[in-house]
Design a protein around this ligand. Structure first.
Ligand code: SUG
Length: 443
């Protein structure tokens, strides 16, 4: 059946900040304490959505979560009015207030793992929202993400939005950031590559956390009835170097897997397993960038592999949507130019500016969740969340009206920020038709 790959991007929330909350994510660590610009961040995200929509791909918007998460602060013992909760947390436990304020749901690649209907045993599109339990600020996302996905994909005869996996370290799950789907055509059965960092019962000794377990992905594949499953281990040395998700060093689309030589524990086995799973259906194309050409540190700094790789209507070769930082890193740019000149599956590149997100370790690919949809499935989504020029204009005006252009981590203690954020989200609920009681403060 004919199908397209839609992108669902997380809208940056009004509390976007640099709080250094994610160990092993070097950008987050390095920029800790700097003032952020939430307005620039949301406008950069919107501009990227506009580019993809203008290039002819279906584009959707996923709403930010309510932050500060006052419910979380209450659950850990802060009491009084909402303002008192924030002020007391700021004095007694500023790191927990920062945690409650993170705009991290913007990185929609971590929202869920998705199995398109062509790969699922029951012919529905399956979603498992990620429990993100390795980092406290991200562990607050799963419930609201589940609600958001059920709002965008409401028809249960076509879509199955599961609950997140059990909240235990054995099932630590970071969603599609560690998953790649390869296929001949989007609508045909594909190969699902699940990349994991540690085993559930392993004593992990690493300097940085391994955020994804094999057992989490086995559970996801089982629930979804996902065909063509291949499991591969992330290189331990990559995690040590700051590869906190596999999508920092690997991206794939259609039959092409584009990755760094140092990404996987065993690249030869990975290739053999993918070839076996694809046999008789399509011929996988591996585009590996050698360490000699692009040292791993440069790959991480430039975020080359956190590009989106998209098949545009009417084009035979794939397009890379790369961050400006890739263009600014000579060896990364040379790797892109070489891949294009080789006449392989990647035909051209577009550079985008998502600097505010990048400074927290989130490139173009982190900001989107890919969902392969047939025409009938596309027609069954919430139309108000479909992004086009009109919605772009509306959300730009909305962001300009509500978002600050400078936010220092100390400003998170300002109870007025809560008032401003709720006002913005309340208006957004109407724009995106999210229904009554979408946010906790509306219930
Ligand atoms: O989980 N950064 C996010 C970045 C997620 C990027 N996503 C993908 N690679 N798909 C993370 O590490 C930093 C927030 C802070 O430090 O304030 C943060 O959560």
């Amino acid at each position: 059946m004919k199908a397209v790959e839609a992108n669902c991007d997380g809208l940056v929330g009004p509390t976007h900040s640099f709080a250094g909350l994610a160990p092993g994510n070097l950008a987050s660590e390095h920029n800790k304490g700097d003032p952020s610009n939430p307005r620039a961040a949301v406008l950069e995200g919107l501009a990227k959505m506009r580019l993809l929509a203008d290039l002819g791909l279906p584009q959707f918007v996923l709403p930010p979560h309510e932050r500060p998460d006052v419910g979380f602060l209450r659950a850990i013992g802060f009491t009084g009015t909402d303002a008192a909760v924030i002020e007391t947390a700021a004095k007694q436990a500023p790191e927990l207030l920062n945690t409650a304020c993170s705009a991290s749901p913007m990185w929609a690649a971590n929202a869920a793992t998705v199995t398109p209907s062509a790969d699922a045993a029951d012919g529905r599109v399956h979603f498992t929202p990620a429990n993100l339990l390795t980092n406290l600020h991200r562990s607050l996302e799963g419930g609201q993400t589940t609600r958001a996905l059920r709002c965008l994909f409401p028809d249960q005869t076509r879509f199955a939005v599961h609950d997140p996996l059990p909240t235990a370290p054995h099932f630590a799950d970071e969603g599609a950031a560690n998953h790649v789907r390869l296929c001949g055509d989007h609508g045909e059965a594909g190969v699902n590559l699940f990349v994991w960092g540690r085993e559930a019962w392993e004593q992990w000794q690493g300097r940085f956390p391994a955020r994804q377990t094999l057992q989490a992905f086995e559970a996801v594949a089982r629930r979804h009835g996902a065909g063509g499953a291949v499991f591969a281990r992330q290189a331990r040395t990559a995690i040590e170097a700051g590869v906190f998700h596999n999508d920092v060093v690997c991206v794939g689309a259609k039959s092409c897997l584009f990755y760094h030589e140092a990404a996987f524990e065993d690249s030869a086995a990975l290739q053999a397993d993918i070839r076996a799973a694809a046999a008789g259906r399509f011929e996988p194309q591996f585009v590996e960038v050698a360490t000699a050409d692009l040292p791993l540190d440069d790959a991480i700094r430039s975020y080359l592999f956190n590009s989106m790789l998209v098949a545009l209507p009417g084009e035979d070769r794939l397009t890379l949507i790369a961050p400006g930082e890739t263009r600014d890193t000579p060896r990364a740019k040379a790797a892109v130019d070489r891949a294009i000149a080789s006449n392989g599956p990647i035909g051209r590149v577009e550079y985008v500016d998502v600097r505010q997100s990048m400074r927290n370790g989130g490139g173009p690919a982190c900001l989107r969740l890919r969902v392969v949809l047939t025409d009938a499935e596309l027609a069954a989504t919430n139309p108000a969340q479909r992004f086009d020029a009109t919605l772009h204009d509306r959300l730009t005006a909305w962001a300009n009206a509500h978002y600050r252009d400078r936010l220092h981590p100390a400003d998170l203690a300002d109870p007025q920020l809560l008032v401003e954020s709720r006002r913005a989200l309340d208006e957004l609920t109407g724009i995106l038709d999210l229904g009554p009681g979408f946010y906790p403060f509306q219930r």
